[in-house]
Design a binder for this molecule. Structure first.
Ligand SMILES: Cc1cc2nc3c(=O)[nH]c(=O)nc-3n(C[C@H](O)[C@H](O)[C@H](O)COP(=O)(O)OP(=O)(O)OC[C@H]3O[C@@H](n4cnc5c(N)ncnc54)[C@H](O)[C@@H]3O)c2cc1C
Length: 173
């Protein structure tokens, strides 16, 4: 096994990947593990960031700014063990709810709500009809997990945009 540290992938093709100055590494299976970073706009706006993400306070505000909230992939918050929560749609949506509450509260001079993440589980797609995951305290795999993943996606669309968004963007099969 050879590790190629610090080598950027330029292109992914049906036959493998292209790295560096055009060198091709042939492979039938390519696994992407690229991490998520915040939008460069956040750095350009002058916020102090960690990989482009702002360490927000317990109310989801940018440090030193009482009137700026940052949620989703552009924010970073830590679990009780001091490790950052991974940037996921699940946490972004929960932050959205707290942020909306806090925006209204700050306009009305009411107390702000601390953000608390409630982990509902994790399901990862492994291709068509295949997935693995943990939800409701149980492990799932294969077709059942794949259906669970679809259900989660549809629920996500429903919460954001109701039935019209589900019908417009939802993938049922
Ligand atoms: C390949 C992939 C698979 C993933 N799978 C999962 C998964 O299975 N489960 C899960 O929970 N999470 C998953 N995630 C992570 C999840 O998508 C993100 O954590 C989530 O979307 C973050 O929400 P967000 O609102 O912060 O950002 P986004 O959903 O990325 O929304 C940001 C929006 O801002 C817009 N925008 C960007 N720049 C500007 C600008 N300058 N002006 C105006 N608008 C702008 C973008 O177009 C976009 O619509 C996955 C991510 C990737 C890349």
């Amino acid at each position: 096994m050879t590790f190629r540290i610090g080598t950027a992938i330029k292109e992914c093709t049906p036959d493998g990947v292209v790295v560096g100055e055009g060198e091709e590494i042939r492979a039938q299976t390519v696994i992407w593990t690229g991490g998520i970073r915040g939008n460069r706009l956040i750095e350009e706006a002058g916020f102090e960031t960690m990989r482009g993400r702002v360490k927000v306070d317990e109310f989801l505000r940018a440090p030193g700014h009482e009137n700026i909230y940052i949620v989703g992939d552009n924010s970073i918050i830590f679990n009780p063990e001091g490790r950052p929560y991974p940037p996921t749609a699940q946490i972004a949506m929960q932050q959205g709810v707290t942020c909306a509450h806090n925006l209204v509260a700050s306009i009305r001079n009411q107390p702000l709500k601390k953000f608390e993440f409630h982990n509902k589980g994790t399901v990862a797609s492994l291709g068509k009809g295949e997935a693995i995951g943990i939800a409701f305290g149980k492990k799932y795999k294969g077709r059942v997990a794949a259906w669970l993943k679809k259900l989660i996606d549809l629920r996500y669309l429903f919460i954001i945009g109701g039935i019209p968004l589900v019908l417009r963007k939802g993938k049922f099969f």
